[in-house]
Ligand binder design. Structure first.
Ligand code: GLP
Length: 259
């Protein structure tokens, strides 16, 4: 894992956008998009570059990570709606190239299999953006998720339901069940960007980066991936034991070495 500690969330957003832009400029790209508040700065920066600098997504595809079960696709809280509202509708992504899980599918098990096949048919995901839950979840892989898991149904913890209640009219409206890419599905992406912002994520980031590889912290499974970049602000880095080493490494990073 390469741990990159930036002074603030704006710098994290710009580095995330740089990495995505670099991949887009290589040609057809499949981007894995997280929802939640963490990646919003990066999405705003990519929208700005699209409008002011001509950055194009016309040849890209996007795959969201997860979805609430039981919400119709047009529901304002569905991740299918959120990713369009917050990002893809504001750039030149063709709508048909923005893929998501259907939380209203009559057969969620078949829907999970369809999604795995769609990712494979796109040639896999090139760059996967990830936030992290306060309990260390990525996507909606809650603690004790199998490190070998594929896309499937999960039950949310009460903590995650509370954390996400701000996106719903009332706390009881947060669904109990979700569809999510599995931990092994996520690790199939070629480059993983794990973003942590703010003090509330400090403990989860420390467990993911420096804790034991354990299902108790699903994000720790990224330690198995050969190309994970962890992008954090000062507050989210505050519990890292080896912080000085990460800062030293970044300061010594050769100009020729990309993220
Ligand atoms: C949700 C999403 C995750 C996201 C997490 C953190 O549970 N399924 O993909 O990383 O929330 O959200 P936030 O970025 O709003 O803190």
């Amino acid at each position: 894992m390469e741990v990159v500690i930036h002074p603030d969330s704006g710098a994290v957003a710009r580095t995330t956008a740089d990495i995505v832009q670099g991949r887009l400029e290589q040609g057809h790209a499949a981007l894995g998009l997280a929802t939640g508040s963490t990646p919003l700065g990066a999405y705003r920066e990519l929208i700005r570059r699209h409008r002011q600098e001509g950055l194009s997504f016309a040849r890209a595809q996007a795959f969201t990570l997860d979805e609430y079960l039981g919400l119709p696709p047009e529901h304002l809280g569905s991740y299918r709606s959120v990713i369009r509202r917050e990002f893809t509708d504001s750039v030149d992504f063709p709508d048909r190239a923005v893929h998501s899980l259907d939380g209203h599918a009559p057969d969620p098990v078949a829907e999970a299999a369809r999604y795995e096949a769609a990712i494979a048919a796109a040639g896999g995901i090139d760059v996967q953006i990830l936030g992290i839950g306060t309990d260390g979840h990525i996507g909606f892989n809650e603690p004790m998720s199998s490190l070998a898991s594929r896309t499937r149904i999960k039950t949310l913890t009460e903590q995650t339901r509370r954390d996400n209640a701000r996106f719903f009219p009332a706390p009881e409206d947060v669904p109990h069940h979700v569809l999510t890419q599995g931990l092994a599905t996520i690790r199939d992406a070629r480059h993983l960007l794990l973003i942590g912002l703010g003090e509330a994520k400090a403990e989860a980031i420390a467990a993911a980066v420096e804790g034991p590889l354990a299902a108790a912290c699903p994000a720790s499974s990224l330690q198995l991936h050969p190309h994970t970049t962890v992008l954090v602000d000062q507050a989210a880095a505050s519990r890292l034991q080896h912080r000085e080493y990460y800062e030293y490494t970044l300061a010594q990073k050769p100009d020729w070495q990309a993220y």
